[in-house]
Design a protein. Structure first.
Length: 235
């Protein structure tokens, strides 16, 4: 069984179902979808487990980015709220265009993700020495994270004078940076090309396994790259 995890609020129910359909369209293996933040009744026809919202009171920082919601921080508590030992985390503004079993086969010791296109800037703002990942697609070894005293690591990011403008993503990179492994670029391909976008990132766009519409412009509200592909799974 492949475990896939989303954290959403009621504004992202339809988008989450679109991502789930894209997974089912490309994957023959059984998939269990864990969802935090909404009621199971919204997901009839999917093998879904809906979980209670965790206590996020230790997260004191806020972000000025409107597209980053409070529910985004739920993923930080995955080791505590999910009953499984391993999970693939996905944002609800992604689309899976490959067999997700291939992603499931990666076996990180703790966390694996794709480097962020703005990784140099994002790492530099908090003086991080490791490469910086985007938290929209991650493979998480929950069993090992539970052994890591991860709550204390998260707490430490709240009192260290860090720039947490991207909230959960910054927290993950600061708290677990020394434990993060890197996935191939095609597993989290940004829809937007930034000045910092590398040649290898451009090559990954030619055959993306997962597309990610980061930022304010989404395929359901703007004329963006691969909007037609999103519409194919948006029932």
């Amino acid at each position: 069984m492949i475990n896939v995890f989303f954290n959403i609020d009621n504004n992202y129910i339809n988008q989450c179902k679109t991502v789930m359909r894209s997974i089912k369209a490309h994957t023959k293996s059984d998939v269990c979808f864990y969802i935090v933040g909404v009621n199971k009744r919204h997901f009839k026809g999917f093998n879904t487990v809906c979980l209670d919202i965790p206590d996020i009171s230790i997260i004191k920082q806020k972000t000025n980015y409107k597209h980053i919601t409070t529910s985004a921080v739920y993923r930080l508590f995955a080791p505590a709220i999910l009953p499984c030992d391993k999970v693939i985390y996905l944002d609800a503004d992604t689309l899976v265009l490959d067999d997700i079993k291939k992603l499931w086969e990666f076996k990180p010791e703790y966390i694996a993700g794709v480097q962020d296109p703005l990784y140099r800037y994002q790492a530099r703002k908090n003086n991080l020495k490791h490469l910086y990942i985007n938290s929209g697609v991650m493979v998480m070894n929950l069993k090992n994270l539970r052994k890591l005293n991860y709550i204390e690591r998260i707490k430490n990011t709240q009192n260290g004078g860090y720039n947490l403008s991207l909230l959960d993503q910054d927290i993950i990179n600061i708290a677990f940076g020394d434990k993060i492994e890197h996935l191939p670029l095609e597993w989290n391909v940004y829809s937007k090309i930034y000045p910092e976008t590398t040649y290898d990132m451009i090559k990954a766009r030619e055959n993306p396994s997962i597309i990610h519409w980061c930022g304010y412009e989404k395929p359901w509200n703007a004329d963006v790259w691969m909007k037609n592909i999103w519409s194919k799974y948006d029932d």
